[in-house]
Design a protein around this ligand. Structure first.
Ligand code: 5AD
Ligand code: SF4
Length: 434
């Protein structure tokens, strides 16, 4: 028997890339690969990349430059680029970095085994098609290996919304939902392998329509014995249907946390972003969600310095944040993405955008801390995921997605522990089991 080939995969960007990387490891596993945690002993290095902002894309080229010398040490080493940079830049990647052997876009991962074989014959392999066949049908390996208690499951991919700043419709393609039966099957497989919490993924997850709505899919998933928690991300305000809102009040396994990006609090900017909702309609929506589930923790995404954003537009964003009170929020300085409509418009002075970002992040941080502090003294449930740094300590997530450190824990990995929260740090809570 020949020794297994080693695969090192590095993942950038969103949670969907994390899910895709797992699929790629499984697909190449059938070609005799085992995963390694170091690039130095790998026979294949794959970078699963992100194109969402300029910095994310540039990181890939500097990483490729660092990896190139490894080829002199291991003549069998092949280097591949997957993900959204692969989709957006294609062959250009091999031109800029000739050490790259393989470029594969997100819709072609099921073709990776054949592509790998091609590189072993000494050829370059490139595939950035949007094929007709169902990628997931082909990636449906059924491994039995044990899994961590919290897992991702992609239910929907791509986007038809075309926000003026965003590359996703170009890199991930048109909106496609996976059939519900296929998802329930995969969910049962994952639960059989130790998974207790599933996060349903999609760039527009609440637009899911694979034979049923997202709310109906969640209701079906909730019937699976052993699956204890369900989450979903990322949602668009316009697809937040009444049945999904109701589900938050009715389905116990659906966790009280919702990521619902709004991007800006200014109606003028929202219009220029092609968001087709207003600040007011977003606030009313959150009222409805909170009526269904009063304790829900809200999370969001914001872009500051979008072309034409005035001081007044930015103040409207600050005001919206004050009204929502976020438990988490991610804010970014606008980054010009070639090929998107906003790239052609008058850009905001970068120093002004920086100052706005700092103020927004300051406000978000205050809100985050307030909500975390508010957890002290409460009884929560924690899905235990791994041992902590201190002896006897375990770490997991609360219903609200806060990281929780349990001291002197009896609970094991995969257990859902009832705890009392005794303290709040910057990024986590500390707790005692009850
Ligand atoms: N510049 C800055 N931030 C962006 N995002 C998406 N595109 C851009 C861009 N061009 C942010 C949005 C989105 C999150 C995933 O990334 O806030 O919700
Ligand atoms: Fe980045 Fe978007 Fe691609 Fe995820 S889908 S990797 S966030 S560009």
């Amino acid at each position: 028997m020949t020794a297994p080939k080693k695969l090192f995969i590095k993942t950038y960007g969103c949670q969907m890339n994390v899910y895709d990387s797992e699929r790629m490891v499984e697909a190449l596993g059938e070609q005799g690969y085992v995963e390694t945690k170091t690039a130095e002993d790998a026979d294949m290095i794959l970078l699963n990349t992100c194109h969402i902002r300029e910095k994310a894309a540039e990181k890939v080229y500097s990483e490729l430059g660092r990896l190139k010398p490894l080829k002199a040490l291991n003549p069998n080493l092949k280097i591949g680029v997957a993900g959204c940079v692969a989709q957006a830049e294609g062959e250009e990647i091999m031109r800029r970095q000739p050490a790259v052997d393989l470029v594969v876009g997100p819709q072609s991962y099921h073709r990776l085994p054949q592509m790998e074989a091609k590189t072993r014959e000494g050829s370059k392999a490139l595939d950035t098609d949007f094929p007709e066949e169902d990628k997931f049908e082909h990636l449906k390996s059924r491994p039995k290996a044990k899994r961590a208690p919290a897992a991702f499951l992609t239910v929907q991919e791509g986007c038809d919304k075309f926000c003026a700043f965003c590359v996703v419709p170009y890199t991930r393609g048109a909106e496609v939902s996976r059939p519900a039966a296929q998802l329930l099957d995969e969910a049962r497989n994952l639960v059989g392998r130790g998974v207790r919490e599933l996060t349903l993924l999609g760039q527009n997850v609440n637009a899911y329509h694979g034979g049923m709505t997202l709310a109906a899919l969640i209701r079906e998933l909730a019937k699976i014995d052993g699956l204890e928690r369900i989450r979903y991300t990322t949602s668009h305000p316009n697809d937040m249907g009444d049945d999904l809102i109701a589900a938050h009040g009715e389905i116990e396994k659906l966790m009280p946390y919702l990521h619902l990006p709004v991007q800006s609090g200014s109606d003028h900017i929202l219009k220029r972003m092609n968001r087709s909702h207003t600040a007011e309609s977003y606030l009313r929506l959150i009222e409805k969600i909170r009526a269904a589930r009063p304790d829900i923790v809200m999370s969001g995404d914001f872009i500051v310095g979008f072309p034409e954003e005035s001081d007044a537009d930015f103040e409207a964003t600050m005001e919206l944040v004050r009204q929502v009170r976020y438990g988490y929020a991610y804010s970014f300085k606008y980054s010009t993405r070639p090929g998107t409509p906003a790239a052609e418009r008058a850009q905001v002075d970068p120093a002004v955008a920086d100052a706005r970002l700092q103020r927004l992040q300051g406000l978000i941080f205050e809100q985050q801390q307030e909500i975390q502090q508010g957890m002290v003294g409460r009884e929560l449930s924690v899905l235990v995921e791994k041992p902590g740094r201190n002896p006897g300590q375990m770490v997991g997530k609360s219903e609200y997605l806060h990281a929780v450190h349990i001291d002197e824990a009896n609970a094991a990995i995969g257990d859902i522990a009832r705890v009392g929260i005794v303290g709040a740090q910057r990024n986590s809570l500390t707790a005692r089991e009850i």
